[in-house]
Design a protein around this ligand. Structure first.
Ligand code: DGL
Length: 267
């Protein structure tokens, strides 16, 4: 038994979609969430710069004595997961492998689309993961940076959003995909809009559910589950000063975020 918290982080509010699934799957676990809202978005940045931020956040969470870290951000996973794993003695998982695995399981025509940030698309992290499972699958990836902007500003519906979604998805529909990976943890916040803009028969995948299942599996296998006697503690940190963390968080976490601790990363 281990009552230490699970650490979860993202560049902003998007990782709350992953935290939500983790809370559903292992409700008794204490959690610490970190949103780097001062530096969001990570997607357009150079991956080496993102890697630097990710290393700082990981050190911060490790300093809070977490027992497992979930990188709830595709761009950060693409930039740093492999290197981070080598340096820490606690389990660290990302969101790309679980999403890739689910997509492979669901495609029938072996044509998978990915919408993600520029960084994630350029890293080729999804095609690499998918090729490890089934090298015959064709991947079509599109960077969709405007969608992150909409979400961080709390715009989750409306004509402008729908037009942007249509524009990004068109080349993927033209490529006749049958599975679409939401390769950015912000995108489940607009999943309804994406579903309504998607053609019939296209399965939309977000990695949050599979990632949460992996969390449970690791905790169980490594004997790290909490004794769970007390109400779990939920702690939230952010680095920005003017984000809409409370509003978006409340909407999607299903639990009210009572307090967000403002902190700085020494960058
Ligand atoms: N949450 C990030 C991801 O999954 C996207 C937001 C950003 O660009 O920072 O890649």
């Amino acid at each position: 038994m281990d009552n230490r918290a699970i650490g979860v982080f993202d560049s902003g509010v998007g990782g709350l979609t992953v935290l939500q699934e983790i809370i559903k799957t292992v409700p008794d676990e204490n959690t610490i969430y970190f949103g780097d809202t001062e530096r969001v978005p990570y997607g357009p940045r150079d991956l080496n710069e993102v890697k630097k931020f990710v290393f700082k956040i990981t050190r911060f969470l490790y300093g809070k004595d977490v027992k497992l870290i979930v990188i709830a951000c595709n761009t950060s996973t693409a930039a740093a997961l492999k290197d981070l794993k080598k340096q820490y003695d606690i389990p660290i998982i990302g969101v790309i492998e679980p999403g890739a695995r689910t997509a492979v399981y669901n495609t029938k025509n072996k044509r998978i689309g990915v919408i993600a940030t520029k960084g994630t698309v350029e890293s080729k992290a999804y095609p690499d993961e998918i090729a490890k499972i089934d090298p015959e699958i064709k991947i079509f990836s599109v960077p969709a940076p405007l969608l992150v902007d909409f979400i961080e500003r709390g715009i989750l519906e409306g004509n402008f959003l729908d037009e942007a979604i249509h524009g990004y998805l068109k080349p993927l529909f033209d490529a006749e995909i049958d599975v679409l990976i939401l390769g950015c943890t912000h995108f489940p916040l607009i999943e309804k809009r994406i579903l309504s803009c998607s053609g019939n028969g296209i399965k939309v995948i977000s990695s949050a559910v599979e990632t949460a299942k992996d969390v449970k599996k690791i905790l169980t296998e490594k004997g790290l589950c909490t004794a769970g006697k007390k109400k779990p503690e939920r702690i939230f940190y952010e680095t920005g000063m003017a984000s809409n963390f409370f509003d978006v968080g409340k909407m999607f976490l299903g639990e009210e975020i009572k307090e967000v601790i403002r902190t700085k990363l020494d960058i």
